[in-house]
Ligand binder design. Structure first.
Ligand code: SF4
Length: 66
């Protein structure tokens, strides 16, 4: 599974990082989220799906399945 965050949509709500703390990192300056790696580590897919659902801006997109 691959994951991306659309920086134009992300508003830095941090919800994704609370759902999947090992997958998303937040920028120190603007708080925007980005994936630590575009490839989701094995075992963290369900956290990423939860993060996608929690993002109010629909900024997170995923490709492929677990
Ligand atoms: S939940 Fe969505 S809007 Fe908030 S930081 Fe994560 S990607 Fe950005």
């Amino acid at each position: 599974m691959k994951v991306k965050v659309d920086q134009a949509l992300c508003q830095g709500h941090t919800l994704c990082a609370m759902k999947a703390p090992d997958v998303f990192e937040l920028d120190d300056v603007d708080g925007h989220s980005s994936p630590v790696s575009p490839e989701v580590p094995a075992g963290l897919e369900s956290q990423v799906v939860s993060a996608v659902r929690s993002c109010p801006e629909r900024a997170i997109s995923v490709e492929g399945t677990a």
